[in-house]
Design a protein around this ligand. Structure first.
Ligand code: FES
Length: 156
C-alpha cells in the first residue's frame, strides 16, 4: 500500500463527509482512481467499495482510468457542433486508434476530453492540445496536426 495513500486517508479519518475530499486528493496524487486504490481506500475508511464507486462515477471530475500525458480538448459548444465537431471527433479517434468508448490512447500519450465552448467560436470547429488551439478544422487536417504535435514533443 502506498504510504501516500495512507497519509491522505489518515488526514481525514473519523470526519464525516470526507470521501469526496479524500478521492480528490488521491486523484491529484496518483492521476486517477484505480481499482486497487479504491479497494485500499475502502479498507482504510470502512466505506464500502460499492459506495466509493458510486461517488467516483457520479462526479465527472473523478477518473477511473489512467489519463494520457497530453489532453486534447474537443469543443462541443454550439458553434463547433454546427461546424462539424462530430466528424472532427471521429477523425481524432480514427487517427489515435481509439474505440468508440475509449478516451485514452494505449500508449497513454493522449486523452480526449469533450468540453463546452473554448471561447474562440469564430474559429469553429476547434480543438486544443494542451494549451495550443487549432481552429477552422477539417477532419483531413487531424492526422497532420497529431503528427506535428508528436514530433514537437519528441514522440514522432
Ligand atoms: S463553441 Fe466551440 S469555441 Fe465556442
Amino acid at each position: 500500500m502506498s504510504a501516500n495513500l495512507k497519509e491522505i486517508v489518515a488526514k481525514y479519518h473519523n470526519k464525516k463527509g470526507t470521501l469526496i475530499p479524500i478521492l480528490q486528493e488521491v486523484q491529484r496524487a496518483q492521476g486517477f482512481l484505480s481499482r486497487e486504490t479504491i479497494k485500499t481506500i475502502s479498507e482504510l475508511t470502512d466505506i464500502k467499495v460499492a459506495e466509493i464507486y458510486g461517488v467516483a462515477t457520479f462526479y465527472s471530475m473523478f477518473r477511473l482510468k489512467a489519463q494520457g500525458k497530453y489532453t486534447i480538448r474537443i469543443c462541443k459548444g454550439t458553434a463547433c457542433h454546427v461546424s462539424g465537431a462530430k466528424t472532427i471527433l471521429e477523425a481524432l479517434k480514427d487517427t489515435l486508434n481509439l474505440g468508440p468508448d475509449d478516451d485514452t490512447t494505449e500508449d497513454n500519450l493522449f486523452t480526449i476530453l469533450e468540453v463546452a465552448c473554448l471561447g474562440c467560436c469564430s474559429l469553429a470547429p476547434v480543438i486544443m492540445i494542451e494549451d495550443k488551439t487549432y481552429g477552422k478544422l477539417t477532419s483531413a487536417k487531424i492526422p497532420e496536426i497529431i503528427d506535428a504535435f508528436k514530433k514537437e514533443v519528441n514522440h514522432g
